[in-house]
Design a binder for this molecule. Structure first.
Ligand SMILES: CC(C)(COP(=O)(O)OP(=O)(O)OC[C@H]1O[C@@H](n2cnc3c(N)ncnc32)[C@H](O)[C@@H]1OP(=O)(O)O)[C@@H](O)C(=O)NCCC(=O)NCCS
Length: 183
């Protein structure tokens, strides 16, 4: 069973370990190793900043990753998604799907968003599949936005609106419940 709970003090360092794994780092816009100091400062800001919300993903009560809503604008009712799952728990078992479902529910529910956006590297096939299946609409591309040793990579832009989510949420919930992924 997958659930998310607001990230607190107890998850500061377990999430640091997962966020720094090469399989996770390499999928982010910035792929550098994050120092303990930088993570510490980022995490503290996340706990206090009203424009950032973070939840820890728990798979059968084990820390499996994190989901974030950042850049929240109460005036415009918009925000941006962040997600990562530990490679030991991901790769098609449904942890990412369940966690995404739960954070989208928070975004359009408790946080009252109207628009939920995300950015993904053009070579990140698992994330692209996930976002498309969840109804995120492709809005555009920032060409050659990210530089890696092997060359430049496009950054794909997606968003989901609250009325689009209302049409999709019960079907997605049913599928996740049938797989025993969410309560
Ligand atoms: C993207 C991520 C959250 C998906 O998590 P997950 O637990 O694998 O998610 P799921 O098991 O629900 O699978 C999601 C989709 O990815 C596909 N997938 C998973 N692993 C895959 C792989 N190695 N190759 C191709 N597709 C894969 C699944 O088949 C599924 O496709 P579907 O939606 O068409 O059914 C996870 O891979 C991750 O954290 N990656 C590193 C960080 C990252 O990329 N974050 C997003 C940045 S925008």
């Amino acid at each position: 069973m997958i659930r998310i709970e607001p990230s607190g003090e107890e998850h500061r360092w377990p999430l640091y370990e997962i966020r720094n794994l090469p399989e996770v780092r390499s999928r982010m816009v910035g792929d550098a190793v994050i120092s303990r100091e930088r993570h510490d400062a980022w995490y503290s800001r996340m706990l206090e900043d009203p424009t950032r919300w973070g939840w820890t993903i728990l798979a059968d009560d084990e820390v499996a990753g994190a989901v974030y809503v950042t850049d929240v604008s109460a005036a415009d009712r918009c925000g941006s998604l962040g997600i990562y799952v530990s490679p030991g728990q991901s790769s098609g078992r449904g942890v990412g799907s369940a966690a995404l479902f739960l954070v989208v529910e928070e975004a359009f529910g408790a946080l009252g968003l109207h628009r939920f956006a995300c950015e993904v590297l053009a070579d990140n096939e698992p994330a692209l599949r996930l976002y498309r299946r969840f109804g995120f609409v492709h809005e555009g591309v920032l060409r050659d936005r990210v530089r890696r040793d092997a060359g430049f990579i496009d950054l794909e832009l997606f968003s989901l609106l609250e009325e689009e989510w209302q049409d999709l949420r019960s079907g997605l919930a049913q599928g996740l419940r049938e797989r025993g992924l969410i309560a």
